[in-house]
Write a protein that binds this ligand. Sequence first.
Ligand code: PLP
Length: 353
Amino acid sequence: MQRMTAAHIDREAIRENFALTRTLAPGAQALAVIKADAYGHGILPVAEALQDLAPIFGVATIDEALALREAGIPNSVLVLEGVTTVEACEAAQAHDLMLMVHAKEHVVMMSGMSLSAWVKVDTGMHRLGINAADLNDVIERLQAGGVDVQAVCTHLACADELDKTTTTEQIEAFGRCTATCDLPLSIANSAAVIAWPESHADWIRPGIMLYGVSPFTSDIDAVRGLQPAMTLSSEVIAIREIQAGDSVGYGARWTSARASVIATIAVGYADGYPRHARDGTPVYIGGNVMPLVGTVSMDMITVDVTDHPNVSLGDPVELWGRNVPVNDVAGHAGMISYELLTGVTSRVPRLYA
Ligand SMILES: Cc1ncc(COP(=O)(O)O)c(C=O)c1O
């Protein structure tokens, strides 16, 4: 009998979330970010689902891009992390991949090759990107070397923090350094698509919102239209009655204050459920949200179902999805939704609708 733990992926939800990005940024085109196995949702099924909607896919690495090409995905693909070797440039050339130029060294590496590129300028994140002062020179040298520069972009450090001035400063810095540039421009990740319309420019680059997850911890109107694409589900595999004063799980972290009923669920940190989830992390069983109690084990968690006497062996359980936002689980574990979605392990089958 197959273990019931699975990640159910709703590809129609991903399509509708993509459509929502277009509604929020009607003047921009959208590059769909499907790196990291489409944030854990499966890069090929997600690429297939968005193939007729997204003109460009954004991936992190050449290998991710090659997986798309091997599967016959014809869309443009931008390698967001860029490359570090001439061999990688040659692979990009052979498979018609666009490279992110984020360092001056790329200009020499790519010179003379038949390649397309986006150029990334650093406006304050100080992770990737050429300096603003070098932008025009880098574009000219790339073009002189035969590279087709298709867009100029930057990445925002704090778009999910609405009370900070950093985003406005970055947008203004980008505006200054691209003032004389007639190439298409791109700034916005999901948080900026939702909350910073002045960042929309020519291309938006949504990631997390395609999967129906808000990039914000606070409640924002625009994210209400998002539909969670992943439901991590399992089942109740044991129900035990314990006495007041009994403790549950490794380290005896949680001790019952009353006679209690504990349901054991077949999901644990080896599936990607966060080991540091605190007591009280929401778990959805039979139409009700109930609290996780006790330390998360490798293959199991324990839930206090005392107040819901109908819970039975084999009942389906939602760990996150439409009833339990993944952001809530992440918040109870001191993590972010991105970590949880990309951390669902390979032993969890992805089941596609
Ligand atoms: C360059 C770039 N653009 C866009 C995104 C998408 O970000 P988000 O998932 O927050 O929308 C990422 C993700 O990290 C990125 O690295």
